[in-house]
Design a protein around this ligand. Sequence first.
Ligand code: GLN
Length: 237
Amino acid sequence: MSTESTLRIVWIYPDLLSTYGDRGNLLILARRAALRGIGVETYEVRSDQPMPTTADIYLIGGGEDGPQALAAQRLIADGGLHRAVGQGAAVLAICAGYQLFGESFFAKGTRCAGLGLLDITSDRGETRAVGEVRGDIDPRLGLPPLTGFENHGGRTHLGPGVAPLARVTAGIGNDGRTEGAWAGKILGTYAHGPALARNPAIADLLLRWAIGADSLVPLDDTWADRLRSERLAAAGT
Ligand code: GLN
């Protein structure tokens, strides 16, 4: 697909799971890599195309129940994403994409099989979770607090094979207490919008995981930092 030194980023099924400006996450990752002098190739893989197995980072976005169920079926049938994860690829999975990484999820009133790549299951909630979501990220990841926007009907239960991405300080996330999950180099979150514009430190974590670096040259994140401070200072925090 490319030379060894080039970072390969795949955006999974933009034709099905791109309801919330998910392309922004791809652009931000590519830009933050390029600013560090890291060569990048990006691939937008539609649901009628085979999933490449050798990329370094995979992004999967949010979507409505119908496209979410279809995406899960196609990814299971394709099998390429399972191989990529088995080979150590880094993943950012958002909302519908996060749910379908689990064992099962609810869509259109039916329980659907997920990819089984995260030890989570999702059920239907009694209310829809819509609005700001904030949380203190697992200290082991060394990141500033998460802020984002959530819009989902499902609620997610975490098994022992994953850790919560964050402890909720505002909003609902998985269940009102925890938000998102991570295991190995897979990171799932209900924050979308796109999440990496508001949380550039998560973009850098994915880049570090992908290239195996402990740190990256810092960038000027004044605007993202200001937005985070503003959101954290807002009522309800
Ligand atoms: N369809 C899923 C739910 O409502 C995911 C929604 C989304 O991606 N925003 O829970």
